[in-house]
Write a protein that binds this ligand. Sequence first.
Ligand code: PGA
Length: 232
Amino acid sequence: MSKIIAGNFKSNLTRTKIQEYYQILDSKIMPNDEVFLFPPFFALQQSQKFQIGAQNAYPANNGAFTGEITLEALKDLNINTLLIGHSERRTLLGENQEFCAQKFNFFKTQDFSIFYCIGENLEVRQKGFEMTKKFLAAQLQGIDTNYPNLILAYEPIWAIGTGKSASLEEIEEVHAFLKTLCPAKILYGGSVQKNNLTEILKLPNVDGALIGSASLDIYNFIDMITLARELS
Ligand code: PGA
């Protein structure tokens, strides 16, 4: 089975650059590749060969939610994939667990594919694995872990954007634990790059990778898709 390769652009790149990116990706992708991209809102559109999802959405059909995008707009763009719970939204934008669960439940009723992110900060990690497990389990509170369109992403905050991913042992230990809580596919995220992708994807409980910085260069991202393809 193909490993999932997902790119999260965050608030990077421009509409023009992303259009070029889509064109190049479209010409390189193979039928069995499982590729997802999460661009900023202004580049949301349908694609035949890879999936495009939103980095965020407000749990409502439409309404007075300044700065947010809602279901009606996503449907019009044929977008039915959504990232929820990314640590940057939890920490920088103050999204608490209750709100993440509210979003999850709203978009679940709309049959969205939901990439749901969880991950501990360094302070929690330093308190040991038992505390880390407790923390991660709490981030699943209010989430239907049996939802068939759920893809979980484990992203330790201390490994995001730092250039230092979690070790293979740390990743496998957490993923094995998460598999006891949730039958969904589980991606690892946090400083995944070309030079560590293969060994991470080879771990038994890792079903793919969620890639931030290393997804911004199209040729680098294509190389990573190729590495994932070689494992399938
Ligand atoms: P990174 O980001 O690959 O730049 O560490 C991962 C993420 O936040 O999804």
